[in-house]
Design a protein around this ligand. Structure first.
Ligand code: NAP
Length: 278
């Protein structure tokens, strides 16, 4: 147990934030590791973002998670950023020391750890199609390339963003098309298509039984894409594992302590079920 009298303050800033699972996850991590902290939700629209972050730091806040739509603005705001945040051009975790902001991005490592540790999927030599080119896609592409994926085809609605994201994959990265799914071993949906809707980000006929399909969307947990993947014999991976692992990395950056992630997924699932969104 830590013996501080005042708990350290952390928060998630985004818009909207009311359905976030981050307070639950960090509260459970704190309980499991004996850390004393509070975790708040701060709803800020883009014009209010900088004031919200600086105000939280001035009030003694130690760190923040950043979510849609502020990850790129957070990168611009931080005085220093980690290699992963710089590659993605996006920050999802801020550490605050004496008012100075340091940006990190734990999305990519969270995705990789869910696949490789929990689900025992090897990424060495993987042929990957990434749908999307936003902050999450860029973090995942950078992490996939570092982990040895041999081909990363990026498919995105806006072609210019696809090219910029593909460049993060180094020699493995390229702009692709949905037809690349036919020869792929891993398909990652890093678009927001399917969030709160039953929409599919691509034609289900392209899915096959040699494919692992990972959907970053976690609301709902069982997306239309994951249902279609299972129907066609593919392995389906939901976004909750990544959410837990990226939070674990944020927690470690803030507290220096590695929280256990194995029981966390069950706790988050139970919470989601009670809210009727699992
Ligand atoms: P973002 O930066 O806003 O990027 C959104 C991406 O989705 C862009 O590539 C965008 O294409 C594409 N897109 C949006 N609407 C589309 C549509 N109707 N048709 C086709 N493409 C569309 O968002 P983000 O931060 O990368 O997040 C993306 C998703 O990942 C969200 O659902 C988020 O909740 C999820 N996420 C999950 C985790 C986790 O831990 N599981 C972590 C981070 C993010 P354009 O470039 O053409 O606009």
């Amino acid at each position: 147990m830590t013996n501080k009298t005042t708990p350290d303050r952390y928060a998630l800033v985004g818009h909207p934030v009311e359905h976030s699972r981050s307070p639950l996850i960090h509260t459970v991590f704190a309980r499991q590791t004996g850390q004393r902290l509070t975790y708040e939700l701060i709803d800020a629209e883009p014009p209010a973002f900088e004031t919200a972050v600086r105000g939280f730091g001035a009030a003694g806040g130690k760190g923040m998670n950043v979510t849609v739509p502020h990850k790129e603005a957070a990168f611009a705001l931080c005085r220093q950023s980690s290699e992963a945040a710089t590659a993605a051009g996006a920050v999802n975790t801020i550490s605050i020391t004496d008012g100075a902001l340091t940006g990190h991005n734990t999305d990519g490592i969270g995705f990789i750890r869910d696949l490789t540790v929990n689900l025992r999927q090897s990424l060495a030599g993987a042929r990957v199609v990434v749908l999307g080119a936003g902050g999450a896609a860029r973090a995942v592409i950078d992490a996939l390339a570092r982990d040895g994926a041999c081909d990363i085809a990026v498919v995105n609605r806006s072609a210019d963003r696809a090219a910029a994201a593909a460049a993060l994959g180094g020699d493995a990265g390229r702009v692709g098309s949905v037809d690349d799914v036919l020869a792929a071993t891993l398909l990652v949906n890093a678009t927001s298509v399917g969030m709160g809707t039953d929409e599919l980000p691509l034609d289900a006929a392209l899915l096959h039984d040699r494919l692992v399909v990972a959907d970053l969307v976690y609301h709902p947990l069982e997306t239309a894409l994951l249902r279609a993947a299972r129907t066609r014999g593919a392995t389906a991976v939901d976004g909750l594992g990544m959410l837990v692992h990226q939070a674990a990395r944020s927690f470690r950056l803030w507290t220096g302590v590695d929280p256990p992630t194995d029981v966390m997924r069950a706790a988050a699932m139970a919470e989601l079920s009670t809210r009727g969104v699992a």
